[in-house]
Design a protein around this ligand. Sequence first.
Ligand SMILES: Nc1ncnc2c1ncn2[C@@H]1O[C@H](COP(=O)(O)OP(=O)(O)OP(=O)(O)O)[C@@H](O)[C@H]1O
Length: 375
Amino acid sequence: MLPGNRMHPDKPLTQRALAPEEHTLSQFDSVDVLSISNLHCKYGNTEVVKSASFSLHSGEIGCLLGPSGCGKTTILRTIAGFQEIDQGDIKVDGQIIASNNKLLPPEKRNVGMVFQDYALFPHLSVLENVMFGLKNKSVESEQRALDMLATVKLEALANRYPHELSGGQQQRIALARALAPKPKLILLDEPFSNLDTELRRTLSLEVRDILKEQNTSAILVTHDQEEAFTVADKIGIMMNGQIQQWGTPYDLYHEPLNRNIASFIGKGSFLPAQVETAHSVSCELGVATSAQPLLHPEGAVVDVLVRPEDIVSDKDSALVVKITEKHFWGASCYYGLELPSKQLISTVLSSHLNFEVGDHIGIRFDADHLVTFSR
Ligand SMILES: Nc1ncnc2c1ncn2[C@@H]1O[C@H](COP(=O)(O)OP(=O)(O)OP(=O)(O)O)[C@@H](O)[C@H]1O
């Protein structure tokens, strides 16, 4: 549970994704395995990455999450060394690998890569694929490759060829190959997007476990929120070439810094509200109170974010809404609700309740914290 309400005006950047002029060397301490500062990237005259800044601590898994075309893969490619940068710098383990006047070639960056389409060499066996990135072909290298195959639980397939493997197995081999040279950082570009839903879920959990077990830092690119929440310690929400918020999955869901992020992450509605006192707002759902003082002054007109889990069923409530939508999810049901004002909100309730579209039900606003934005 959050300590109290979080009320703040819309802000374009997070506490962690700093504005370019705020960066100094001391802000990225030595435990950062990756730090990106004021990164700009262009294709021709089109700037697709506009002042991206974030940092990742050693052992953490970060994720760039955002809609298609927002520049996620471009950032990954700049870290890997496949894409030039126009401004800013990128450091891995404290060393600048890309800046205005320095561009380390990919093989010198100590960064491993796992691609969306696995990119295994078809003419090499599984073992040879994993050994590919190791400097020499010694007995030690072979042992390292076998250890990595054991880590991804595929040592029994060492002599097979890629075409004799399933998609999930190929992706695990690609991960073993990337891990074998003990890189400081692994980059994963939409690594599960070619797999079916169930396999995506299980493999994303497995990959997280493997990275944690190896204490390897990683950056994952995806447009799938569930995948990002499952795998990542930190997530950067990218929109239009900018990282709008960099934080934990909890921060992003419960403390979104602007409306775009609040809308993009999870489900929710914005209801008009007014600040009543330093600790309360009123809206169509009633008066909500906050343990912490609100940032907006009394009388301010705001919008309050209402998440589905903030709405509970209460047959004794005077607030009656109409069910306009229902999705059965097994243990729970998702309902779209229409308020008397015709504003739409939603809720997720136990499927035992089993209301139907068209039913009128009593509800209560039971948020344990509030997020509001200036109107
Ligand atoms: N080689 C290129 N030349 C010109 N424009 C490019 C090139 N590669 C990407 N772009 C454009 O740059 C923008 C960002 O592309 P990028 O691949 O980084 O986005 P993304 O967020 O990874 O998208 P997706 O989730 O669809 O992979 C897009 O508008 C894309 O069309």
